[in-house]
Design a protein around this ligand. Structure first.
Ligand code: A3P
Length: 280
């Protein structure tokens, strides 16, 4: 079941999403020490949000979570005005296109972290998210038809290729965008170097030992253990499912993979941001 925003062509999958944030977010007041984390769904935002929070705070252990503080400062789920109630430093997390972001992002040069992931793995992860998260009321069960929905953008947050294009345009056009671009596959391959790069962007300089502790505290096993109970299947298998690079190979047929590559090249071939390694 998809909820279409009345005035903007934007899709939501869960009734808990507050569609009016889409209208209100551009005018929300950002603070100088805010960090905005943007990603297309299923690109690893739960992971990077936790990492960013630890890097900003200098801590190496995560907070105990409960239903009240579990929302990861996710703008889509906040009620109107409640973003203002979040204490600083805020790591505001959302899946919106650049056009829907707070205007203060550019005005105040607020630190923005963009996370992206190989769209094939995103498609697989989103498929499991749709089928397992009860709120979605998604009754489809087969991956091939889901894949067509995904490519057509009939999923929440619309089409991944449009999302990436929106941000790439913004990066090219707005030199005031204070942005750090992170890639899920690079985070997996070299967490120490990537966490250090992110820390630097956040104005922090940590010893390797410290970063190693952050890596451990944010491993998928730790996160599943600490937060898994928050989701509808109670096991963590939705938000902390496999956490691997290349799971698409277990789901795509060769023909689907070739078709998807063709679509991707057509949509993203000219893109600099789009530098996914096809052999992942
Ligand atoms: P998979 O479904 O491929 O396993 P999001 O947080 O944006 O919803 O993204 C969810 C994806 O990130 C899931 O991918 C999930 O397993 C993976 N993920 C979550 N926590 C992770 C972690 N600590 N390390 C690596 N991957 C993680």
């Amino acid at each position: 079941k998809l909820y279409v925003h009345e005035r903007k062509p934007y899709l939501f999958g869960m009734p808990q999403f507050n569609p009016y944030m889409l209208e209100n977010l551009p005018d929300c007041q950002l603070r100088d020490d805010d960090v905005i984390l943007v990603s297309y769904p299923k690109s690893g935002c739960h992971w990077l949000w936790e990492v960013t929070r630890l890097l900003v705070s200098g801590r190496t252990t995560t907070d105990k979570v409960n239903k009240e503080n579990a929302m990861m400062e996710m703008s889509e789920l906040e009620g109107n005005g409640s973003i203002d109630d979040i204490p600083s430093p805020r790591i505001l997390n959302n899946h919106y296109f650049f056009e829907n972001q707070p205007k203060d992002l550019l005005r105040k040069r607020v630190k923005t972290v963009l996370l992206y992931r190989n769209p094939k793995d995103v498609a697989v992860s989103f498929f499991h998210h749709h089928t397992r998260l009860q709120n979605y009321c998604y009754t489809g069960r087969d991956f091939p038809s889901y894949l067509h929905r995904f490519v057509d953008g009939l999923v929440d947050s619309n089409c991944i290729f449009d999302w990436l294009a929106s941000w790439e345009r913004a990066i090219n056009e707005h030199k005031d965008l204070n942005i750090c671009i992170m890639c899920y596959e690079d985070l997996q391959e070299n967490p120490l170097a990537e966490f250090r790069r992110l820390a630097k962007f956040l104005g922090k300089d940590y010893e390797d030992d410290h970063l190693q502790q952050v890596i451990k505290a944010t491993s998928i096993e730790t996160m599943r253990e600490q937060k898994g109970f928050l989701y509808s299947d109670n096991s963590g298998a939705i938000m902390f499912r496999k956490g691997k690079v290349g799971d698409w190979k277990n789901h795509f047929t060769i023909a689907q993979s070739e078709w998807f590559d063709h679509v991707t090249r057509t949509r993203m071939g000219h893109s600099k941001l789009y530098n996914f390694r096809y052999d992942l």
